[in-house]
Design a protein around this ligand. Structure first.
Ligand code: HEM
Length: 373
């Protein structure tokens, strides 16, 4: 071995463009931003969201769920990073959500078929409990994702996986930048051919159900970290920025035409079960175009965006509230699974769902994305 060899090159994918970039000519961003790269090839990224519906982290059942998941994750091929969060879910129930990340779909497949978690998940008793469970499986080819971080020193989400680095970027500071950062957007406009509609209501209580997600379903995890912020910046976050964020999320939840199918306001938990000053929004959109259009045009995101920029101007390099997101434009076909969940959970209201079997019908085509009340 050559002792002087430097680190392996950063992995990235790019295509000769057929579709022009959105970046203005000679664009120079006003504020520094960072994206995630790895020092080994990561052709596919996997993130599974494991939910317990009906018990938050303050509840003994939530606590037990987390300790079991943590044990199962420590078995061979478990995730390389995970986080514990809690929320009031889209049905109004307390929930515990564990987010797990793999950078190898083979390791993920080995774990999710061969671990003790699988035995527990398959147990016929599971859907008969007085709580519900979900697993939303995001399997995303590298060229369909992008990330952005306001600070290169705080690691969260995918950025906790090994061999990753946060590197400075210049594809930021204009609307359309997120799309430009998704490698596949150079050759594919990422339109969603299927708009989820509302199938007739079916019984979900006591059932083991799955939906096949439609092509180009877009899932964003947008994070906010102020756990270590100085009191002045923490107060500004809690009294000003968070209020604007909540307004934006209220709007998305109440406006089916926005293309937002559902969202969860997750709060990260410490190992001892106390909430951290760290949150993230898991937002599921019909298409990237719908998400972009809210971000670029709607007053609620513009208010958030302007506040973030004003604070960066005020504090400069001392800005210590970290914001970031990871975005996946998923190829269709993977399953979001729901066991004994309420009717309005996750993708259940939007697509035909059947008892789980190897063959699933393709999602049907409809015109609306509204959540039935
Ligand atoms: C406190 C929370 C948030 C802050 C401070 C924030 C701030 C920002 C900023 C400053 C940018 C531009 C970054 C750049 O290119 O330099 C941005 C982009 C974006 N934000 Fe937010 N945001 C927040 C929450 C959210 C949420 C919850 C969503 C979605 C549900 C969202 C969706 C987006 C999208 C899609 C973009 C990319 C737009 C594009 O490049 O076309 N943001 N945000």
């Amino acid at each position: 071995m050559d002792g002087n060899a430097g680190p392996p090159p950063l992995f990235h994918v790019s295509y000769p463009r057929r579709i022009p970039a959105r970046a203005p000519e000679n664009h120079v961003p006003a504020a520094p931003r960072f994206s995630l790269r790895w020092r080994h090839a990561v052709p596919t990224l996997v993130s599974d969201y494991f939910g317990l519906q009906g018990a938050g982290q303050a509840d003994a059942k939530g606590h037990e769920f987390v300790s079991r998941m943590s044990q199962w994750f420590s078995e061979p091929n478990g995730p390389s990073a995970y986080e514990i969060t809690t929320c009031i879910d889209e049905t109004g129930r307390p929930a515990t959500v564990v987010l797990a990340y793999w950078t190898s779909p083979s390791a993920h497949a080995a774990w999710s078929t061969g671990s003790s978690w699988r035995v527990w998940w398959e147990d016929a008793a599971r859907p008969t409990e007085d709580v519900g469970y979900w697993r939303e499986h995001l399997m995303c080819p590298y060229d369909r994702h992008e990330t952005i971080y306001s600070d290169p020193n705080y690691r969260v989400g995918l950025a906790r996986t090994p061999n990753s680095e946060l590197v400075p970027i210049t594809t930021n500071g204009y609307f359309g930048a997120a799309r430009d950062r998704i490698p596949l957007s150079a050759v594919d406009d990422l339109q969603a051919p299927v708009r989820p509609s509302t199938p007739p209501a079916r019984r979900t209580a006591g059932a083991r159900l799955a939906v096949t997600i439609p092509h180009n379903l877009t899932v964003l995890r947008s994070g906010q970290f102020w756990h270590n912020s100085d009191p002045e910046q923490a107060a500004d976050y809690e009294q000003n920025l968070r209020v604007k964020l909540d307004r934006g999320m209220d709007y998305l939840e109440q406006t089916p035409d926005s293309g937002c199918l559902y969202l969860r306001r997750l709060t990260n938990m410490s190992e001892d079960g106390t909430p951290r000053r760290e949150t993230s929004i898991q937002a599921v959109f019909t298409s990237l175009a719908d998400l972009e259009s809210w971000a670029a045009v709607h007053e609620t995101h513009l208010a958030i965006y302007r506040h973030a920029i004003a604070m960066k101007r005020r504090y400069g390099e001392h800005r210590d509230v970290v914001t970031w997101h990871e975005l996946f434009v998923l190829p269709g076909g993977t399953l979001f699974e729901y066991l004994n969940c309420a009717e309005n959970t996750g993708m259940l209201p939007y697509l035909p769902h059947l008892g789980r079997s190897p063959e699933f019908p393709l999602p049907h085509v409809g015109n609306t994305g509204s959540r039935p009340s």
